[in-house]
Design a protein around this ligand. Structure first.
Ligand code: NAD
Ligand code: GLY
Length: 366
């Protein structure tokens, strides 16, 4: 097992936490027990993940005297909303869960974002832990404390920064993950290479067939290196006033795609992949990177089996949806662009004509 620490120590409080990564570690009671304030937890999962992992996890806790309230949500991005959040509150209240009841998020990014937001707001905050079961959640969403829900007008627009007590990454849960979901997770892994680690991108280029074949060592290494990047960024800028925004490479376009197509039609990772090609193309048109760089980025996404052509929503629709992005400041859109492979920057001076032309020329009818 490997341990990475997200260091959030300050003079006034201590919110640092470990990320444990290993195969089969969900059955190691000590990793959870040492973080429990009381021997009672509420486990939030969904109708797909619960039949796979809930009973054995509950059983493991029960054998150590921990009682649990299971809260099973409907599965899907389209349920990442107020109604589903309320289902969690209903269950927590109906079971009289108190301040020391710890919330466990057992599932992918949707369960993690919902359960984390519920924990951030229930009784003004109860402790929670992340047990991510998708590759995307293991390399990105479970670390860093972003929690929240979608709004019909914009993705992830309602939420809170709220850090977990521990992130428990059991890579054996990926054995049951559909290929399409595995590929969506790879999109976020590639992102770390593009924004801050060209050597990691090269490693991914060499190891893509093994990653897709779920080679255990390669998977663990990809998760470990991704979590190291995520932890470093979150430590430097927990509330996204600076460098954390770089994690949104491709996301401004991607969130617009997810919203316009209907939440759940394009997987988050798929929308990020196609969105990153648009960000790369915009970077090229602003003379920041060259055509060969764009080709290289397109190639790695293609090799990962991810979409590289964004849908043609029309420039106006993109601009409208991107105007609701969380990075908008003083009414100005801000874009994460590539200075080179391995280095990203935020720019708010993209000429509207360059953006519109790029959106017309680089998208295609679905
Ligand atoms: P998801 O949670 O919808 O999971 C994908 C699918 O896989 C679901 O059907 C789920 O039930 C199923 N599943 C989960 N684990 C499984 C397993 N082990 N075996 C079989 N099936 C399994 O999607 P996701 O890709 O994990 O997360 C996407 C969400 O994460 C989006 O809402 C996105 O906005 C959010 N996100 C949040 C952050 C953050 O920092 N909080 C970062 C990136 C993405
Ligand atoms: N996934 C983006 C972030 O955590 O900041």
């Amino acid at each position: 097992m490997q341990t990475i620490t997200v260091n959030l120590t300050s003079a006034s409080d201590e919110r640092s936490y470990p990320i444990y990564i290993g195969n089969g570690i969900l059955n190691q009671p000590g990793l959870v027990l040492r973080h429990l304030p009381r021997k009672r937890v509420a486990i939030v999962s969904n109708t797909t993940v619960a039949p796979l992992y809930l009973e054995s996890f509950r059983g493991m806790l029960e054998s150590h005297g921990v009682t649990s309230v299971p809260i099973i949500l409907p599965d899907g991005e389209k349920y990442k909303n107020w109604e589903t959040l309320n289902l969690i509150f209903d269950a927590l209240l109906a079971h009289r869960c108190e301040r020391h009841t710890l919330v466990v998020a057992l599932g992918g990014g949707v369960v993690g974002d919902l359960a984390g937001f519920a924990a951030a707001t229930y009784l003004r905050g109860v402790p929670f832990i992340q047990v991510p079961t998708t590759l995307l959640a293991q390399v990105d969403s479970s670390v860093g404390g972003k929690t929240g829900i979608n709004h019909p007008l914009g993705k992830n627009m309602i939420g809170a920064f709220y850090q977990p007590r521990v992130v428990l990454i059991d890579t054996s849960t990926l054995d049951t993950l559909p290929d399409k979901e595995l590929r969506a997770g790879i999109a976020e892994i590639i992102k770390y290479g593009l924004i801050r680690d060209s050597a990691f991108l090269e490693w991914l280029e060499s190891n893509m067939p093994k990653l897709l074949a779920r080679d255990r060592e390669i998977l663990i290494e990809a998760v470990r290196r991704s979590c190291l990047h995520k932890a470093e960024i979150v430590e430097a800028d927990e509330h996204e006033s600076g460098v954390r925004a770089l994690l949104n490479l491709g996301h401004t376009f991607g969130h617009a795609i997810e919203n316009a197509m209907g939440y759940g039609r394009w997987l988050h990772g798929e929308a990020v992949a196609a969105g990153t090609i648009l960000a790369a193309e915009l970077s090229r048109r602003l003379h920041m990177i060259g055509e060969a760089d764009v080709e290289r980025i397109r190639k790695i996404y293609l090799r990962a089996g991810l979409p590289v052509v964004a849908p043609n929503l029309g420039p106006e629709k993109y601009l409208h949806l991107m105007g609701l992005d969380k990075k908008v400041e003083a009414g100005k859109m801000r874009f994460v662009l590539l200075k080179r492979i391995g280095e990203a920057v935020v720019r708010s001076d993209v000429p509207s004509e360059v953006l519109r032309n790029m959106l017309s020329e680089c998208t295609a009818d679905a």
